[in-house]
Design a protein around this ligand. Sequence first.
Ligand SMILES: [Zn+2]
Length: 162
Amino acid sequence: MNEKDDFSTDNQLNLRLRGGYEKLAEKILKNGCPFCNLKEKYILAEKDGLVLTVNIFPYIDGQLMVIPRRHIKSFEEVTVEETVTNYFLSQLAITLLREELGVKGVWMLLRDGGLGSESGKTVEHLHWNILPYTDSLNTWHHQELSVTPAEMAVRLRSKIDK
Ligand SMILES: [Zn+2]
């Protein structure tokens, strides 16, 4: 498959549901980081080194992303200035989704950690997903607990430098 086929309308609209996305992502990543080479036609806004863009293989109509131009992998690398810029671009994203698509609820998702089963992300370049909410897409699978919240607070508080 050539690059034109990879990003065909059919792939963009159906590949996630067909189950071929992971394989294509693997192929795309071999050609370098896609988020370091964002195409202008997908970008909605840019501010101070961050862009607001559509996701080209979205989970749902209207899935947007905020992506720093610089290639960073972890939330721990994000600066205060980038956090402030993300705030403005995320507000813009939510406003656009509400006004243009009539989206009522939004989830914001940052996956921090390694690829695949480590964090669920396929592109390591840091990105914040802004997802229109629906019950059928955003489903929790609650886990069996082994620590009470109060015990967890004690444990974690003890690690914070006073
Ligand atoms: Zn990158």
